[in-house]
Design a protein around this ligand. Structure first.
Ligand code: PPS
Length: 344
């Protein structure tokens, strides 16, 4: 597979991205057919959105979806990374959409700086359309974005570090990992799953979500193993892997945007700092702004744009977890993260 997309979408390419459904369905079917025979060999667990999850290389994946073990296998077999690529890695519901928006805005700020409202892609489209997942990019027919050899390609992924395609690991490219308090990830995933779940299965109860999450069975979980997989390498290679927390980013977004821009090689100039360029990006990527832009329409296959914008706060778990549930998760987190500097 060759992925010749760069990170800079034009408005027409964003529209084309949405129009490629038919080709994608064919390509998805081919990839699923190629790898689906492995399903019978994989451990199985109850799913949140799909009926089942399957364990591949120590993590739970869906099957026959854009985010699936088949997709991970196909990427491992075919994906070619470039040393200039930038990857944003997250566990679902950890702030992926927000991070995509911020990084897209930082890297492309000069391209759009003279555009007046509302022509910036983030003011008309979902951040998921502006910065794709490698897991969804694999199904595309033609390049999504204008190929600019002087710009890095920007991709996001939910794939655990230990399952990343070899070429990403070998390429030495930069990667940002964003994690979030496990209790807020659980609550966010619970609401998301109930929005997307097949209606015939009925709504998921919070107790069931808690039970599955606690034993690690969430899409691309276990939560703790996913976070640790990236934390370990970020300690070894701090100039290549930036490890961030959603919770800290909410407290001081301005400094996180500055930190990200420096890490990515796009530091703000003094003039930009004086002009309030950082604050402008923070405002454009704020929960309130992105929720407003995305209050209508679908991302794809019936996933409404607004499903990615619920509360956008730290600590909503206090409205869902009993004190006993909270203690159980604290205990698991303390054990799993023992000796690591990962506190929420
Ligand atoms: S996904 O499906 O993996 O892409 O979801 P993800 O984006 O990782 O997580 C969704 C949660 O992030 C919140 N969100 C935001 N928080 C702060 N700022 C911005 N701009 C923002 N955009 C989305 C979103 O509301 C989900 O969290 P909850 O707790 O469910 O509100």
């Amino acid at each position: 597979m060759s992925i010749s997309a760069s990170n800079v979408p034009s408005l027409s390419s964003v529209t084309k991205y949405i129009d490629e459904d038919e080709h994608e369905k064919t390509k998805m079917a081919l990839i699923f057919d190629k790898y689906n025979h492995r399903l019978a060999t994989l451990p199985k667990e109850r799913g949140w959105i799909t009926e089942n999850l399957y364990m591949y290389q120590g993590f739970w994946h869906q099957s026959k979806r854009r985010m699936s073990f088949e997709t991970v296998m196909a990427l491992q077999d075919t994906f070619n990374a470039c040393p200039t690529d930038i990857y944003l890695a997250t566990l679902p519901k950890s702030g992926t959409t927000w991070l995509k928006a911020i990084v897209f805005a930082i890297v492309n700020r000069n391209r759009y700086k003279n555009d007046s409202f509302p022509t910036h892609p983030l003011l008309i489209s979902n951040p998921h359309n502006c910065l794709p997942f490698v897991e969804t990019e694999i199904f595309r027919n033609t390049p999504t974005y204008v190929n600019d050899p002087h710009s890095p390609r920007l991709f996001a992924t939910h794939i655990p570090y230990t399952s990343l395609p070899r070429s990403i690991l070998d390429s030495g490219c930069r990667l940002v990992y964003l994690c979030r308090n496990p209790k807020d990830v659980l609550v966010s995933m619970f609401h998301f799953a109930n929005k997307l779940r097949d209606k015939s299965r009925g709504p998921m109860r919070f107790e069931e979500a808690f039970e599955l999450f606690s034993k690690g069975a969430m899409p691309i979980g276990p939560y703790w193993d996913h976070v640790k997989s990236y934390h370990n390498v970020s300690l070894k290679h701090p100039t290549k892997i930036l490890f961030l927390k959603y919770d800290d980013m909410k407290v001081d977004t301005v400094n996180h945007v500055k930190r990200l821009s420096t890490f990515l090689g796009y530091p703000f100039t003094e003039a930009e700092n004086d002009d309030g360029a950082v604050q402008e990006i923070v405002r454009m990527c704020s929960f309130e702004n992105l929720r407003e832009v995305n209050k209508h329409g679908d991302l794809r296959e019936g996933i409404p744009n607004d499903a990615f914008f619920r509360e956008g706060t730290v600590g909503d778990w206090t409205n869902h977890l009993t004190s006993e549930m909270s203690e159980i998760l604290d205990q698991i987190t303390n054990e799993k993260f023992h000796g690591l500097d990962i506190l929420f």
